[in-house]
Design a protein. Sequence first.
Length: 247
Amino acid sequence: MKIHFLGTNNWYDTKTGQTPCTLIDTKEAYIILDAGYGIHKVDKYIKPGKPIYLFISHLHVDHICGLHVLPKFKFTEPLTIFCADESKKYLTKFTQHPFMSPIKNLPYKTKIVGIRPGKFVKPLSFVCKNLKHIDYDLGYRFNLERKIITYCADTAVCENDYLLAKDADLLMHECAFSPGSVHDAWGHSNPEDGAKLAKRAQVKKLMLTLFGASGYPSVMHRQEAQRVARKIFAPTEIAYDDLIVEL
Protein backbone atom coordinates (compact mmCIF):
# COMPACT_ATOMS: atom_id res chain seq x y z
CA MET A 1 0.00 0.00 0.00
CA LYS A 2 1.26 3.46 -0.93
CA ILE A 3 0.03 6.78 0.43
CA HIS A 4 0.67 9.83 -1.73
CA PHE A 5 0.44 13.20 -0.01
CA LEU A 6 -0.56 15.49 -2.88
CA GLY A 7 -1.75 18.53 -0.96
CA THR A 8 -0.77 19.17 2.67
CA ASN A 9 -1.83 22.78 3.28
CA ASN A 10 -4.99 23.99 4.92
CA TRP A 11 -6.72 27.19 3.78
CA TYR A 12 -4.73 28.20 0.69
CA ASP A 13 -1.82 27.19 -1.52
CA THR A 14 1.71 28.43 -0.81
CA LYS A 15 5.17 27.47 -2.03
CA THR A 16 5.17 24.96 0.84
CA GLY A 17 2.08 23.07 -0.26
CA GLN A 18 -1.27 22.89 -1.99
CA THR A 19 -4.66 22.46 -0.38
CA PRO A 20 -5.72 19.05 0.93
CA CYS A 21 -5.58 15.85 -1.05
CA THR A 22 -4.16 12.42 -0.19
CA LEU A 23 -4.23 9.32 -2.40
CA ILE A 24 -4.14 5.81 -0.94
CA ASP A 25 -3.20 3.15 -3.50
CA THR A 26 -4.38 -0.27 -2.31
CA LYS A 27 -4.76 -3.67 -3.97
CA GLU A 28 -8.51 -3.25 -4.24
CA ALA A 29 -9.04 0.43 -4.94
CA TYR A 30 -7.74 3.97 -5.18
CA ILE A 31 -8.92 6.09 -2.24
CA ILE A 32 -8.72 9.88 -2.47
CA LEU A 33 -9.09 11.92 0.70
CA ASP A 34 -10.43 15.42 0.08
CA ALA A 35 -10.26 17.44 -3.11
CA GLY A 36 -8.17 20.54 -2.60
CA TYR A 37 -5.88 21.69 -5.42
CA GLY A 38 -3.53 18.78 -4.74
CA ILE A 39 -6.04 16.53 -6.51
CA HIS A 40 -4.84 17.71 -9.93
CA LYS A 41 -1.89 15.29 -9.54
CA VAL A 42 -3.85 12.07 -8.94
CA ASP A 43 -3.84 11.00 -12.59
CA LYS A 44 -0.06 10.58 -12.35
CA TYR A 45 -0.66 7.57 -10.12
CA ILE A 46 -4.08 6.14 -11.03
CA LYS A 47 -3.96 3.31 -13.57
CA PRO A 48 -6.81 1.33 -15.15
CA GLY A 49 -8.25 -1.66 -13.35
CA LYS A 50 -9.33 -0.45 -9.90
CA PRO A 51 -12.35 1.55 -8.71
CA ILE A 52 -11.78 5.10 -7.52
CA TYR A 53 -13.36 6.47 -4.35
CA LEU A 54 -13.17 10.08 -3.20
CA PHE A 55 -14.03 10.81 0.45
CA ILE A 56 -14.83 14.41 1.32
CA SER A 57 -14.40 15.44 4.96
CA HIS A 58 -16.45 18.64 4.73
CA LEU A 59 -17.45 21.39 2.34
CA HIS A 60 -15.07 24.22 3.21
CA VAL A 61 -13.79 25.43 -0.13
CA ASP A 62 -10.15 24.47 0.47
CA HIS A 63 -11.29 20.83 0.67
CA ILE A 64 -13.39 20.81 -2.53
CA CYS A 65 -11.92 23.53 -4.76
CA GLY A 66 -9.97 20.97 -6.81
CA LEU A 67 -13.15 19.31 -8.07
CA HIS A 68 -13.16 21.71 -10.98
CA VAL A 69 -10.22 19.79 -12.51
CA LEU A 70 -12.22 16.56 -12.84
CA PRO A 71 -12.62 17.09 -16.62
CA LYS A 72 -8.82 16.89 -16.88
CA PHE A 73 -8.82 13.20 -15.95
CA LYS A 74 -9.32 10.30 -18.34
CA PHE A 75 -10.25 7.59 -15.86
CA THR A 76 -11.33 4.23 -17.26
CA GLU A 77 -13.07 3.26 -14.01
CA PRO A 78 -16.02 4.96 -12.27
CA LEU A 79 -15.46 7.65 -9.65
CA THR A 80 -17.65 7.56 -6.54
CA ILE A 81 -17.64 10.64 -4.32
CA PHE A 82 -18.67 10.14 -0.67
CA CYS A 83 -19.71 13.02 1.57
CA ALA A 84 -21.90 13.58 4.60
CA ASP A 85 -25.55 12.96 3.77
CA GLU A 86 -26.51 16.44 4.90
CA SER A 87 -23.86 17.91 2.59
CA LYS A 88 -24.88 16.02 -0.54
CA LYS A 89 -27.29 18.63 -1.88
CA TYR A 90 -24.67 21.37 -1.56
CA LEU A 91 -21.90 19.30 -3.15
CA THR A 92 -24.25 18.31 -5.97
CA LYS A 93 -24.90 21.99 -6.64
CA PHE A 94 -21.19 22.82 -6.46
CA THR A 95 -20.45 20.22 -9.15
CA GLN A 96 -22.76 21.94 -11.65
CA HIS A 97 -22.98 25.25 -13.46
CA PRO A 98 -22.20 28.00 -12.63
CA PHE A 99 -19.38 26.69 -10.40
CA MET A 100 -17.80 24.09 -12.70
CA SER A 101 -18.41 21.84 -15.65
CA PRO A 102 -21.19 19.46 -14.54
CA ILE A 103 -20.05 16.00 -13.49
CA LYS A 104 -22.73 14.51 -15.73
CA ASN A 105 -20.60 15.67 -18.67
CA LEU A 106 -17.45 13.89 -17.52
CA PRO A 107 -16.07 11.19 -19.84
CA TYR A 108 -16.22 8.64 -17.01
CA LYS A 109 -19.10 7.61 -14.77
CA THR A 110 -19.28 9.72 -11.60
CA LYS A 111 -21.78 9.77 -8.75
CA ILE A 112 -22.12 11.46 -5.35
CA VAL A 113 -23.17 9.29 -2.40
CA GLY A 114 -24.32 10.75 0.91
CA ILE A 115 -23.39 8.81 4.03
CA ARG A 116 -24.22 9.07 7.72
CA PRO A 117 -21.84 8.33 10.60
CA GLY A 118 -21.49 4.61 11.07
CA LYS A 119 -19.78 1.42 9.95
CA PHE A 120 -19.64 0.31 6.30
CA VAL A 121 -18.51 -2.90 4.65
CA LYS A 122 -19.20 -1.95 1.02
CA PRO A 123 -17.65 -0.82 -1.22
CA LEU A 124 -14.84 -0.67 1.37
CA SER A 125 -14.52 -1.48 5.05
CA PHE A 126 -14.59 1.86 6.88
CA VAL A 127 -16.08 3.81 9.76
CA CYS A 128 -16.90 7.50 9.71
CA LYS A 129 -17.75 9.84 12.58
CA ASN A 130 -18.53 13.53 12.97
CA LEU A 131 -15.58 15.55 14.26
CA LYS A 132 -15.31 18.85 16.17
CA HIS A 133 -15.26 21.60 13.56
CA ILE A 134 -17.35 24.70 13.02
CA ASP A 135 -19.23 23.02 10.18
CA TYR A 136 -20.24 19.38 9.78
CA ASP A 137 -17.08 17.35 9.25
CA LEU A 138 -16.46 13.61 8.90
CA GLY A 139 -13.36 11.69 9.94
CA TYR A 140 -12.64 8.26 8.45
CA ARG A 141 -11.16 4.99 9.67
CA PHE A 142 -10.33 2.49 6.89
CA ASN A 143 -9.51 -1.20 7.20
CA LEU A 144 -7.17 -1.76 4.24
CA GLU A 145 -4.95 -4.78 3.68
CA ARG A 146 -5.26 -5.68 7.37
CA LYS A 147 -4.12 -2.21 8.41
CA ILE A 148 -6.10 0.58 10.03
CA ILE A 149 -5.65 3.97 8.36
CA THR A 150 -7.33 6.97 10.02
CA TYR A 151 -7.85 10.39 8.46
CA CYS A 152 -8.98 13.30 10.64
CA ALA A 153 -9.08 16.64 8.84
CA ASP A 154 -10.00 20.01 10.34
CA THR A 155 -10.89 19.15 13.91
CA ALA A 156 -10.12 19.89 17.50
CA VAL A 157 -9.30 16.73 19.42
CA CYS A 158 -12.52 15.11 20.60
CA GLU A 159 -13.89 11.70 21.60
CA ASN A 160 -14.79 10.72 18.03
CA ASP A 161 -11.28 11.72 16.98
CA TYR A 162 -9.98 9.24 19.58
CA LEU A 163 -12.38 6.45 18.58
CA LEU A 164 -11.34 6.72 14.93
CA ALA A 165 -7.65 6.73 15.87
CA LYS A 166 -7.69 3.90 18.44
CA ASP A 167 -4.94 1.34 17.67
CA ALA A 168 -4.52 2.64 14.10
CA ASP A 169 -1.46 1.64 12.12
CA LEU A 170 -1.36 5.18 10.72
CA LEU A 171 -3.14 8.30 11.94
CA MET A 172 -3.19 11.23 9.50
CA HIS A 173 -4.18 14.23 11.61
CA GLU A 174 -4.57 17.90 10.87
CA CYS A 175 -2.09 20.40 12.30
CA ALA A 176 -3.57 23.77 11.44
CA PHE A 177 -2.20 25.59 14.50
CA SER A 178 1.46 26.19 15.25
CA PRO A 179 2.97 24.85 18.50
CA GLY A 180 1.44 26.40 21.59
CA SER A 181 -1.26 28.25 19.66
CA VAL A 182 -4.54 28.87 21.46
CA HIS A 183 -7.53 27.14 19.94
CA ASP A 184 -10.33 29.12 18.38
CA ALA A 185 -14.01 28.45 17.82
CA TRP A 186 -13.47 26.88 14.40
CA GLY A 187 -12.13 23.59 15.75
CA HIS A 188 -8.50 22.89 14.83
CA SER A 189 -5.44 21.26 16.42
CA ASN A 190 -1.78 22.01 17.08
CA PRO A 191 1.07 19.44 17.05
CA GLU A 192 0.85 18.85 20.78
CA ASP A 193 -2.84 17.97 20.43
CA GLY A 194 -2.16 15.47 17.67
CA ALA A 195 0.71 13.87 19.57
CA LYS A 196 -1.29 13.53 22.80
CA LEU A 197 -4.15 11.96 20.87
CA ALA A 198 -1.80 9.50 19.14
CA LYS A 199 -0.26 8.50 22.46
CA ARG A 200 -3.63 8.04 24.14
CA ALA A 201 -5.03 6.09 21.18
CA GLN A 202 -1.89 3.92 21.00
CA VAL A 203 -1.44 4.39 17.27
CA LYS A 204 1.65 2.99 15.61
CA LYS A 205 2.51 6.10 13.59
CA LEU A 206 1.31 9.70 13.50
CA MET A 207 1.52 11.73 10.32
CA LEU A 208 0.87 15.44 10.85
CA THR A 209 -0.64 17.05 7.77
CA LEU A 210 -3.00 19.85 6.67
CA PHE A 211 -0.79 22.59 8.06
CA GLY A 212 -2.29 26.06 8.34
CA ALA A 213 -0.95 28.13 5.46
CA SER A 214 -0.32 31.27 7.51
CA GLY A 215 1.15 29.51 10.56
CA TYR A 216 3.48 27.26 8.55
CA PRO A 217 5.02 29.37 5.77
CA SER A 218 8.02 27.05 5.34
CA VAL A 219 9.10 23.43 5.76
CA MET A 220 11.24 24.63 8.67
CA HIS A 221 8.08 25.53 10.57
CA ARG A 222 6.69 22.05 9.93
CA GLN A 223 9.93 20.53 11.21
CA GLU A 224 9.52 22.49 14.42
CA ALA A 225 6.02 21.02 14.78
CA GLN A 226 7.53 17.57 14.36
CA ARG A 227 10.18 18.29 17.00
CA VAL A 228 7.54 19.44 19.48
CA ALA A 229 5.23 16.49 18.76
CA ARG A 230 8.03 13.92 19.08
CA LYS A 231 8.64 15.00 22.66
CA ILE A 232 5.17 13.62 23.37
CA PHE A 233 4.86 10.85 20.77
CA ALA A 234 8.14 9.71 19.19
CA PRO A 235 6.78 7.99 16.04
CA THR A 236 5.61 11.30 14.54
CA GLU A 237 6.37 12.39 10.99
CA ILE A 238 5.39 15.45 8.99
CA ALA A 239 3.74 15.35 5.60
CA TYR A 240 4.76 17.49 2.68
CA ASP A 241 3.55 17.62 -0.90
CA ASP A 242 4.57 14.65 -3.08
CA LEU A 243 5.74 12.56 -0.12
CA ILE A 244 5.08 8.82 -0.58
CA VAL A 245 4.67 6.57 2.46
CA GLU A 246 4.58 2.79 2.11
CA LEU A 247 2.82 0.51 4.60
